[in-house]
Design a protein around this ligand. Structure first.
Ligand SMILES: C[S@@+](CC[C@H](N)C(=O)[O-])C[C@H]1O[C@@H](n2cnc3c(N)ncnc32)[C@H](O)[C@@H]1O
Length: 182
């Protein structure tokens, strides 16, 4: 009997957890208009190589998802990582990852449009075209000279791009647009 109660309790906890993840994702989508979808993890090392951050530089991930990019950038390149998230699910996962991997990155449950980005040396984002349009203005106003922007999949309107790099050379589906504040 007590074993049955234990199983029931366990199932309830799992149900609660997955409901939280599901609802958290919907809330995030409702708040931002962008779903929490990570880029394929097989591209992680390649993306970091393209970004080539230097030790102690500040890397800001706008919509940091589960925090993987920031945590790996900190581990490999010793950068200072900062992430903003508004999806409760993604925020929870990134915080869990940060603690689990003993990372020092900072993650804020905050709309990145309300954050000041002036300390960024590098910016990473994987968002949607409408958001890139709004970010274009924010970057022009706020970023310091020399800050590099790496946008996965979507270009930054009204910015001359420095370069486009392909992650999958074969079918050229995944690309990063690179910009630098002048
Ligand atoms: C496509 S996902 C990318 C996640 C992660 N950067 C990655 O590449 O794996 C975009 C994320 O940006 C977050 N996001 C979108 N707009 C945001 C905003 N204004 N403030 C904070 N987070 C935002 C969404 O919640 C979502 O998790």
């Amino acid at each position: 009997m007590s074993f049955n109660i234990f199983i029931l309790f366990f199932i309830l906890i799992l149900l609660f957890f997955f409901t939280f993840l599901f609802v958290g994702n919907l809330v995030g989508y409702f708040l931002t208009g962008v779903p929490f979808v990570s880029f394929p993890k097989k591209f992680l090392v390649e993306i970091l190589k393209i970004m080539a951050p230097k030790e102690n530089e500040t890397l800001i991930d706008l919509g940091c998802g589960d925090g993987t990019l920031l945590i790996e950038a900190e581990r490999r390149y010793k950068v200072k990582g900062i992430g903003y998230e508004l999806s409760p699910t993604a925020f929870f996962l990134s915080y869990f990852n940060k603690i689990f991997k003993k990372s020092k990155i900072k993650i804020f449950y905050k709309n990145f449009f309300k954050a000041n980005l002036k300390e960024a040396d590098l910016i990473f984002c994987y968002l949607f075209p409408e958001i890139m349009e709004k970010l274009s203005e924010k970057f022009k106003k706020e970023l310091k000279k020399g800050t590099k922007i790496f946008s996965l999949s979507f270009p930054l309107p009204n910015w001359p791009n420095k370069e486009i790099r392909y992650l999958d050379e074969k079918n050229k589906k995944w690309k990063i647009y690179i910009y630098q504040k002048e």
